[in-house]
Design a protein around this ligand. Sequence first.
Ligand SMILES: [Zn+2]
Length: 636
Amino acid sequence: MDLLAAAGRRSLSGAVAALSCLLVAGATPQAEGRAHAAPLNAFPGHPDASASALSGQRIRVDVVYPEANALIASSDSNFIFGSVGNGRALLTINGAPVRVHPNGAFLAWLPLPPRGDQNYRIVAVLAADTVRVTHPVLLPPERPILSSDWPLAVDRESVTPLQPMILRGDEGVRVGIRAPANAEVFLVTEAFLRYLVNGAALPDLSFSPTTFDSSVARSYAGDSLRWSTSVLASDLTGTSVIGVARDGDTISVLLPQVTLSEEIGPLFGMLGPVATQVPDSDRAVVARPSPGGTYKWLLHPGTIVEITGKEGDFLRARFDEFLEVWIATADVQLMPRGFAPVRPRPGNSRLVSSQHWVDLIIPVGARVPYYVETLDDRLNLTLYGVRANLDNVPHPTSDTLVKAVTTFQEATDRARISLHLSERPLGYLVLWEHGNLILRVRRMPEIAGSAPLRGLTIAVDAGHPPAGATGPAGLYEGVATLQIARRLEAILQSRGAQVVMTRTDDEPVELGMRAVIARRAAAHAMVSIHLNALPDGINPFEAHGTATYYFQNASVPLARLVQEELLKRLRLRDLGVTYNTFAVTRPTYMPTILCEGAFIMIPEQEEAARAPEFQTAYATAVADGLERFFRALAQE
Ligand SMILES: [Zn+2]
């Protein structure tokens, strides 16, 4: 069935009925050859704009995005979308013709307004009616042009390091600046004067060679280069200056100071904030491999770590002798000076079987950093900063899930415990209770091949509010996602599943709570329903389609199957199955995925998202994907 055609007919007939009392006269047909970067043919068979245009409705200009006076996060082109209220209107933005859709919506990808003006000048025309709107925006500050001729200038935003840091004295620091290619660039510290090099010419082998990124260089206006060198952190503890000189002119840039961690002394921090609405086991503190890097470790509030560095808004924490990670400063409460934690020595562990899960119980004492790796036939738990005594783990021989437990001392203060499994677990949870770390491994539920969803609990998460996107014609994402989620609820129930809705009305539900609702209901899977939008600076005519996201490895099979079904039914481009660290994809107790079925910022897809046919297709695809996932797990 052609959903879009159906959607178009439905909305058109409704609108025409509502407007039947208005005079339909004098409307100018949409201009021939609407200028557009790319045809919107993602939904084949969508009724042609000119054939189904509304008429008789007065024109107005509502810009949905960007908001007036918003700072645009793009340096050349951006999208602008909204509605002119009438599908027959002619529209230009900054002189460029823009296609108007049958429902009056528009989406344009245009060069940014000129810097001297910073306004979108929007003109909508319908017969004798003309509406002119000036829509102001803020453009990002221009990077200075660094010319080989007069006057000498540097790009102060390009200086590294930009912020004060805490480091060990023997760590290297990259010092650099973008400056004219024909300047002399040097670093003056309290200890030495050193010339910076640009990598193209290396005048003295005692200078550190640098990598020169030509792609970065190309985007610079003028004849500039990135000049850089590496120095020891201990060389930057006093006043340090980058100097740029040419023909008797000099510009100096003061560098932020480095504080040495050995001078501060041992420093410890507790992950938190500990006081939080959500119980400990539901609130994870994120640790990353680099400042601002990807989420890798999800830790419990109350865990104590040594702090060994600081860069910008991130603290560096030591997990054990061989691993340092980065944690947002706001997530760490520094302990008073003189605090000396005792390194935990986990005692003998045990395994306790129960109907729905197996608990590995390790008496650790204090909370320690950990990492759980899930494989098809194994679950590896790594404990950092522990002197482990784990060899003896008695376990019930009758357990159907855990076949064996092995331990390995990876380093002086790092231990790994492996649970060897007879089948893939549904999920896991790490809990702290009475000084014990409990790794709860969830058994797969019993599944009937004939009705795989019967008896299962599925958490359905209607994305937003808070936040969320709005389409050109004003459809709020949170409205559409709830309608789709409601349809999914009904389909799942009709197939025998119990459904837990994280949201049932327009009241905002905090992101972190959504996963908690699913876990408390012991859901066997969780699906979050969304409609996509792009950040500034990406051409929406090239970048739209259907995507499904996961965070845990164990959620990949579900993500793939749901994505396949969505592609089959929605017939949009395949943007793939992608790793992302959304709050609703991070839970470990069940497979969880997030679907971005379509793009609400694309006029045809926004229109479709209103239509019951599209909403049912979206919901059915998710239900079918869930069913295929669990059918594959059915006991023969
Ligand atoms: Zn969303």
